[in-house]
Design a protein around this ligand. Structure first.
Ligand code: HEC
Length: 212
């Protein structure tokens, strides 16, 4: 029967022999000096101490976002806003952005698309499928977001560059491709008078410098 009042629970005093055993165990345990040798840390790919039969590296809870990697700006990260390709750089255009774009373009795109975007890069000369020139009307008039999208997801025979090129650099390249397009298709009226004069002179004087 249960004791109605636990406070009156009378326990038998420990026998002398038991006390001796307990004291002996204490001495032995102290002699082992385990200190912090066995810490209860989780070894990432070993079995968990906490839940049997599973790895202590637990899968991420669905929807987990690592600090600093929240992609809450759809236009910046996908090139689309409400499923429509955006036609503007999602950050201010500066000379540094274009320089960066030129450098990345020459590394990642020129091998196929050529330094001036004609689609005559070295890999194409060696037999890879020839991409279209950037200087055709269809590509000139496509929104900037299309270039970002092609780099992010690939396009037909072209592989994607999502892993190699960070989002901001993809935009910088897209801006640089626009600059390349303008370099081959700028209306003369946009040039300063001095340059226009040069254009109307005989070809030798107006020979355009090659793209570096
Ligand atoms: C390995 C060669 C290769 C590289 C490197 C490459 N491309 Fe391409 N690209 C292609 C080919 C081939 C096509 C044509 C694909 C097709 O039509 O199937 C293409 C097509 C394109 C198009 C046209 C899409 C359209 O609407 O027709 C764009 C824009 C483009 N590439 C941008 C880039 C940019 C920017 C880079 C650098 C980040 C790049 N490409 C790197 C091979 C390449």
């Amino acid at each position: 029967m249960l004791n109605p009042n636990p406070m009156t629970d009378v326990r038998r005093p420990m026998s002398v022999s038991r006390m001796l055993v307990a004291a002996g165990l204490l001495v032995v345990a102290a002699g082992c000096r385990q200190d912090m040798h066995n810490t209860p840390t989780a070894q990432p790919l070993r079995e968990s101490h906490f839940v049997k039969g599973v790895s202590s590296a637990r899968p991420l809870v669905e929807g987990t976002i690592a600090r600093g990697t929240l992609q809450d700006d759809a236009a910046f990260f996908t090139g689309k806003s409400d499923a429509v390709l955006v036609d503007a750089l999602p950050f201010p255009l500066t000379a540094e952005v274009l320089d960066r774009g030129e450098q990345r373009y020459n590394i990642y795109c020129a091998p196929c698309h050529g330094v001036s975007g004609n689609g005559d890069g070295m890999i194409v000369k060696r037999g890879f499928r020839q991409p279209p020139s950037y200087h055709v009307d269809r590509l000139r008039t496509l929104p900037l977001g299309h270039y970002y999208d092609v780099m992010t997801n690939g396009f037909g025979a072209m592989p994607d560059y999502r892993a190699q090129i960070a989002p901001r650099d993809r935009w910088a390249i897209a801006a640089y491709v626009r600059a390349l397009q303008l370099s081959q298709h700028a209306p003369a009226s946009e040039f300063p008078q001095e340059e226009r004069d040069k254009l109307s002179k005989p070809a030798a004087a107006a020979a355009p410098g090659g793209h570096k």
